[in-house]
Write a protein that binds this ligand. Structure first.
Ligand code: MG
Length: 459
């Protein structure tokens, strides 16, 4: 090789080696988006061309789970890589944080943002937080350099006389019906937040951050946790009345536009090939909202249950030039994004606590399958179900959002998910079923042996 070419080659190699060491990471986390709500997941009515393209260019997960079926514990699981039973963000009473809650994500927990910040990343939170409003729990206390968004769900803090269920499927929700504040770095900048422009403003904020980071040439972590499509549904004028799927469809189509803008900005700035973008949801669709809630597609039930519709969500990972485009049925979880992000960022994993997530970086880079790991599904602090390989066993079930109705299953309900994703055909108690249950029982006892009692943080 001629010397000049050799030098050129060495520069290319070292640049790409550096690039490979510290990719930017973007996690787009929707609120209550169902498994069946995107075109690439089979929605017949909601048009999502940008997400469909993202799925074609990236890897689309068919069996991706969240750490809990409602907002607060799901977010805690994503950001800490740990089941909420370990990080304290679960309760049998009020299952999520409310504006008057005293608790929040403990300061002692280590988040993706803290891990990456330590590894030299700029970190930004945009969108809904819902992990506490008190000192120690806020985004800027949990590893984010900056934060812009709302502190809890958009239906909390209702103004007198407002009951959003009454608006579901009927007239538009009143724009000033909720007194939810919009915060920048813990300071209120608008109250009530104008929810019709939230998706748009979150997108602008994210684009600004991406472009600034491009200028600074610093690796970055962006956690974009959309407020939508959580009820009450708000959409900007540009998307109003555009979807045959009604207001819910309009809202999801705006989220699709938002994701398209972010991917386009990465392409334009030349950052695409050094950025992993993951798009997913915090839990299944809020089915009791009828047309205002989404769809779990073929899956049973939705948000607030441990049936598949509550815990299995759409998930797309996009990293042009690195992630081999395709569809995968590996069982993965939002908690895996903790270990994966820290590994990609060159940050060590904490060794003083149990991390439930697995590092999927080798899978993303070269398709190497991760070791099989059971997935546990909790309702509050109770273990309700477990998936191991193709099998899922329910020890308890209950309907969503009702105080009573819990059922204990002395013989757990067993389903073979690849053959029966809708959990409709109970596996008979034959030799195969008994063997599967035995393995699940043993996974459960191993898991329970690792649990240490944690204080109840959500009240
Ligand atoms: Mg949610």
């Amino acid at each position: 090789m001629r010397p000049i070419l050799a030098v050129f080659f060495a520069v290319i190699v070292s640049c790409s080696a550096f690039a490979a060491e510290k990719p930017n990471i973007i996690i787009i986390f929707c609120d209550d988006l169902g498994y069946g709500d995107l075109g690439c997941y089979g929605s017949p009515m909601i048009r999502t061309p940008h997400l469909d393209r993202m799925a074609r260019e990236g890897v689309r997960f068919t069996d991706f789970y969240v750490g809990a079926s409602v907002c607060t514990p799901s977010r805690a699981a994503l950001l800490t890589g740990r089941y909420p039973i370990r990080n304290g963000m679960c309760s049998n009473d009020r299952r999520v944080l409310f504006p008057d809650s005293k608790g929040g994500l403990p300061d002692s927990e280590i988040t993706i943002a803290e891990g990456l910040q330590e590894a030299g990343y700029a970190t930004m939170h945009v969108g809904k937080w819902h992990l506490g409003i008190h000192e120690g729990s806020r985004p800027t206390d949990q590893g984010f350099d900056h934060s812009f968004g709302i502190p809890y769900s958009n239906d909390m803090d209702p103004r007198e006389g407002i009951r959003h269920r009454e608006h579901a499927g009927r007239q538009d929700p009143p724009a000033d019906g909720w007194n939810v504040p919009l915060l920048r770095d813990n300071e209120i900048v608008e109250r009530p937040a104008d929810q019709t422009t939230l998706t748009k403003r979150y997108t602008e904020e994210s684009l600004k951050f991406i472009r600034e980071q491009k200028e600074k040439e610093e690796p970055f972590f962006l956690y974009l946790a959309h407020t939508m499509p959580h009820v009450p549904l708000f959409v900007s004028e540009d998307f109003y009345g555009k979807s045959p799927a009604g207001r819910y469809g309009d809202v999801v189509q705006e989220l699709d536009w938002s994701t398209g803008m972010i991917l386009e900005a990465l392409r334009e700035t030349g950052l695409a090939e050094n950025t992993l973008v993951v798009f997913t949801s915090d839990n299944g669709p809020w089915l009791v909202m009828n047309d205002e809630g989404g769809s779990a597609g073929p899956l049973r039930e939705g948000k607030a249950t441990t049936w598949e519709g509550g815990v299995r969500v759409p998930a797309i990972a996009w990293w042009p030039g690195t992630v081999e485009p395709g569809v995968t049925s590996i069982v993965a979880t939002a908690m895996d994004l903790f270990s994966t992000s820290l590994s990609l960022g060159g940050a060590g994993l904490p060794d003083d606590r149990i991390i439930d997530g697995r590092d999927l970086s080798a899978f993303l880079r070269s398709g190497k399958l991760p070791p099989r790991k059971p997935v546990f599904f909790y309702h509050g602090r109770e273990l309700y179900a477990c998936r191991l390989g193709p099998w899922k066993a329910h020890f308890h079930t209950r309907p969503p959002f009702r105080a009573g109705g819990a059922k204990d299953h002395e013989t757990p309900l067993l389903f073979h998910l690849p053959r029966d994703p809708s959990e409709k055909r109970l596996r008979p108690e034959d030799g195969v079923g008994i063997k599967a249950l035995k393995e699940i029982y043993s996974a459960v006892s191993e898991h329970e042996a690792t649990l240490k009692a944690m204080p109840q943080e959500v009240d």
